[in-house]
Design a binder for this molecule. Structure first.
Ligand code: NAD
Length: 246
């Protein structure tokens, strides 16, 4: 039995949901931070299918900049605490990390059971739906500051494998996330504003199941009333204290 503050039993089933806030202390701006990357760009131009159709070169310049930035920073103590929780639960418990982040920092910190519901900055796919279905997505760290890259198969445009505003989540990833949450004893949300749907509603699945709902966030987000335990502060400071295994 673990005696640290959250008292997580090694047999329990835990889902951790993370958002941009967990990467803030690694130096990656959250979506709503002032002075951040997003403030200098119009979201409708760089993170929507319409923006991509209007100016794919601009979108690739933006994501090349984000790839460069994400590669230049390191996971922080919050990412490592989440990876340690997964090891603590090991074979006895069940663990799923559902992340909205695309930066790859959880993977680099050692997390393994990850459902990246908003895709990955370091994967690319064909923008043509039919061609994309056949090819799938692939790992890609390359930078395209001089123009959008072309598909080796159909010659059409390639795009980052990221779920943009106005797009549906990958149904397989989305249903795996919902299943894990519908079966958890503890739902822990970290660094997310509770404003981006459908992920903002995941806590309701946990509540319907009767799970314990815990929040670690810098400020109280829009859906704070859904959480039975709220810890306000920086995730890199709080998670190592709250979670077992670190
Ligand atoms: P958000 O920017 O809407 O909210 C971030 C939340 O984190 C805020 O509530 C803020 O109070 C909190 N926060 C800030 N610093 C924190 C810290 N040090 N410790 C704990 N909490 C902290 O982010 P979101 O809810 O993830 O939604 C934004 C969307 O943009 C997502 O879809 C995400 O995919 C994308 N995004 C991803 C990244 C990334 O991959 N790192 C970065 C920016 C945006």
């Amino acid at each position: 039995m673990d005696l640290r503050p959250l008292g997580i039993h090694p047999d329990s089933s835990v889902v951790v949901l993370t958002g941009a806030g967990i990467s803030a202390e690694s130096g990656i701006a959250t979506f709503r931070d002032s002075g951040g990357l997003w403030e200098q760009h119009d979201v409708s131009q760089v993170a929507t299918p319409e923006g991509f159709a209007a100016n794919p070169d601009l979108v690739w310049r933006f994501y090349s900049q984000r790839r460069l930035q994400a590669r230049s920073v390191e996971p922080n103590a919050g990412h490592f605490a989440v990876a340690a929780l997964e090891r603590f639960l090991g074979e006895r418990g069940r663990f799923t990390l559902v992340t909205q982040n695309v930066d790859g920092l959880h993977q680099r910190a050692g997390s393994r059971r990850i459902l990246p519901v908003h895709g990955s900055l370091f994967r690319t796919r064909c923008a043509d739906i039919e061609c994309g279905k056949g090819l799938g997505s692939w790992e890609d760290e390359s930078l395209h500051v001089d123009g959008a890259p072309r598909c080796p198969e159909c010659g059409g445009l390639l795009r980052p494998d990221i779920v943009w505003f106005g797009e549906y989540l990958d149904p397989a990833v989305e249903s795996a996330a919902r299943e894990a949450i519908a079966d958890c004893d503890l739902f822990l949300a970290v660094g997310t504003s509770g404003a981006v749907w459908p992920v903002a509603g995941y806590v309701d699945i946990a509540l319907a199941r009767g799970a314990r709902t815990v929040l670690v966030n810098l400020e109280a987000p829009a859906n704070v009333s859904r959480f039975s335990e709220v810890h306000l502060g920086k995730s890199a400071e709080l998670l190592p204290l709250l979670l077992p295994g670190t």
